[in-house]
Design a protein around this ligand. Sequence first.
Ligand SMILES: Nc1ncnc2c1ncn2[C@@H]1O[C@H](COP(=O)(O)OP(=O)(O)O)[C@@H](O)[C@H]1O
Ligand SMILES: [Mg+2]
Length: 351
Amino acid sequence: MSATKISDVPTFDLRNIEFMELLGEGAFGKVRLVKQLSIISTPNPEDGTRQEIQLGAVKIMSKQKIIDAQQVDHVYNELSLQQQLKHPFIVNMKGVQQDSRSLYMLMEYVDGGEIFKLINKLGRLPASLARFYTAQMVLCFEYLHSKGFVYRDLKPENVLIHQSGYLKLSDFGFIKRLGPQERTYTICGTAQYMAPEIILNKGHGKAVDWYTLGIFLFELLEGVCPFNHEEPLEMFRMIIQTKLKFPHGFDKAAKSLIRHLTDHDLSKRYGNLKFGVEDIKNHRFFRETNFYQVITQAVQPEYVPEENPLRNKKYIMRQKGAPARHIAENNERANGSAPVKAEEDPFLKWF
Ligand SMILES: Nc1ncnc2c1ncn2[C@@H]1O[C@H](COP(=O)(O)OP(=O)(O)O)[C@@H](O)[C@H]1O
Ligand SMILES: [Mg+2]
C-alpha cells in the first residue's frame, strides 16, 4: 500500500474556491470550473496586497468510490506524480486538498474541450491536423518516458485543446513509475486502446504508450477506433488475433507508422527500439514536422477553438458574498457521496 506522505505537494485553501459549471464527468466524481481567489503581494508597499480571481478546474473525487473500486494506489500515483510534471502539452496541476468526503485536485482550466468532441464534430480530422496533434503526443511521451513514467491512458477523451490550438494531456489516473526494463501487471487502460501484451497479461512497459499512439492516430483520421465491439471479450479477441485493417484511401504514410506503432512484437514496435522515439520522429509521416517548432509553439495551429464564453472577463468578476459562504453548499452539490470515517480514511496521511 502506498500510504506514505506525498512530499512537496502544494495544498490550496478550499475557502478561496467557488465551484461553478460542470466541465466533465470522471470515474470517481466530477470536474468543475472554479474561481480561485488568490492574495497577491505586490512589490510596491503602497499598493499592499491585491486580490485576484483566476479560473481553474477542480477534479473532485469521492473517497468512498475510490476505496470501493480499490483504486487507492492509482489515485496516489496520480496525485504524487502529476505534480512533478511540467510540460507545455501537459495540464498543469496546481494543488490538492481533501475533506472527509472528497479529494480535490486544482488544475489550470483548459477551455477548448476534448479532442473527442472535435472528432465528433468533424467526423475525421484532416491528415495535417492529425499529424500536428500526434506530434504533440510524441513529445509528451518522450518527456514522460524520460522521467521514468508510463502514461497508459491515451485516448481522445483525455486530450484537451487549449485556446491557443495546442493540446494539453490530462488524466494521470494510470500513470506509473517504471524502471527502464521494468514491467507491470495491472490490467488498466481503456478497452479499445489496450495493447495486446496488457490483455494477455504478459507484463507491460512503456511500449504500451506507443501502441496507444497508433490507435490514437487511427481514430483521429477515421473517427472510430480500429477495434470495436460491444462485447469486451470479443474486442479483446480482435485486438489479439486480427490484423489491423485500414479503409481504402487511408493516408499511406500514417498507415505505415500505425503498423510500426501497433506491432505486437515488442522487438519491432517503434518507440521501443534502439533509437527510441527517433524512429517515430524520422518516419515519413512526420517528414514535414519540425518537432522543435512544435514544442516551442512556433507553428500556427490550423484549428483554434472558438472563444469560450466562460473565459469572459466579466464572468470572473467576484460576485457578492465571499466564496467561503458558498463552500458547504457547493461541496454538497459537487459531490453527494458519504463522508469516510477518519479511522478508515487512507488519504488523510498523504498531505
Ligand atoms: N483542466 C481541465 N480543464 C477543462 N476540463 C477538464 C480538465 N480536466 C478534466 N476536464 C474534463 O473532465 C473530464 C474528466 O476528467 P479526467 O481527469 O479525465 O477524469 P477521469 O480520470 O475520471 O477520467 C475530462 O474528460 C475533461 O472533459
Ligand atoms: Mg479521463
